[in-house]
Design a protein around this ligand. Structure first.
Ligand SMILES: Nc1ncnc2c1ncn2[C@@H]1O[C@H](COP(=O)(O)OP(=O)(O)OP(=O)(O)O)[C@@H](O)[C@H]1O
Ligand SMILES: [Mg+2]
Length: 240
């Protein structure tokens, strides 16, 4: 089953007199359970494409079907609703709220979904457990390591049980060892059936994915299966 289907997507930005065609003509499809990496030089359109796939932005032209819904022409409000239901985001800079604990950060997306406080706590705790951080539920972001912060962000992205996990440079602010820890986590999430799309500059990180799509100048340059994805040893994730 297809989760993502874009058809001749273009995105044009107009800045004063300058026209920037960030995406020119992008047609891709991603099936449920795939693990895909987007690569390409700076400015090639990776984040623009991720933002459209994540319903943060709409294409200027072309069609985008997300989980059988045509989202190409949705209003801001409709997009926001689809986004809450279908998409889990992980960003380079974690984007956690500094005054909130891990548990509160993870529970945040559930506030709009109509759960009781007890249900929110239970689900957020389960999500923290799935990233190996239940022992850090009461810590604030500045009381966590970089890798742990990113794991909290992953738990928050997963708490709504989204159709897709989207990660834009998720290891961009992490050292090598901690990056592997996050890739190990993604690997486990993929094994459990999650659909994952990762943007990365780094070959080492892209090689964990099972398919690599390279963009250049707003177009798909190559789209290849990675027959031999990197596996990290499945270490037991620990808070320590
Ligand atoms: N909101 C915007 N307004 C105007 N131009 C934009 C906007 N967002 C992106 N662009 C332009 O669109 C092009 C593609 O940008 P995008 O952020 O998608 O690149 P990228 O592949 O993610 O690059 P990087 O690897 O540096 O993150 C760039 O030329 C950029 O300057
Ligand atoms: Mg980018």
């Amino acid at each position: 089953m297809k989760i993502i289907e874009t058809s001749h997507i273009a995105k044009r930005y107009i800045m004063g007199t300058e026209i920037i065609d960030a995406l020119k003509d992008v047609t891709i499809s991603v099936s449920k359970g795939e693990y895909v990496a987007f690569m390409g030089p700076s400015g090639s359109g990776k984040s623009t494409l991720m933002n459209i796939i994540g319903c943060l932005d709409s294409p200027t032209s072309g069609k985008y079907i997300l989980n059988s819904k045509d989202v190409s022409d949705m209003t801001e409000n409709e997009l926001a609703e689809v986004r809450n239901k279908e998409i889990g985001f992980v960003f380079q800079t974690f984007n956690l709220l500094p005054r909130m604990t891990s548990l509160e950060n993870v529970a945040l997306p559930l506030i709009y979904a109509g759960y009781t406080k007890a249900q929110r706590t239970e689900r957020a705790m389960a999500a923290l457990k799935s990233v190996g951080l239940e022992q850090r539920a009461g810590h604030r972001p500045n009381e966590l390591s970089g890798g742990q912060r990113q794991r909290v962000a992953v738990a928050r992205a997963l708490v709504n049980d989204p159709s897709i996990l989207l990660a834009d440079e998720p290891t961009g602010n992490l050292d090598t060892r901690t990056s592997y820890e996050i890739m190990d986590l993604f690997d486990q999430l993929h094994s459990k059936g999650n659909t994952i799309v990762v943007v990365t500059h780094e070959d080492d990180i892209a090689k964990y994915a099972h398919r690599i799509i390279r963009l250049r100048d707003g177009l798909v340059e190559t789209d290849v299966v990675n027959a031999n994805p990197t596996k990290v040893k499945l270490t037991q994730l620990k808070a320590e």
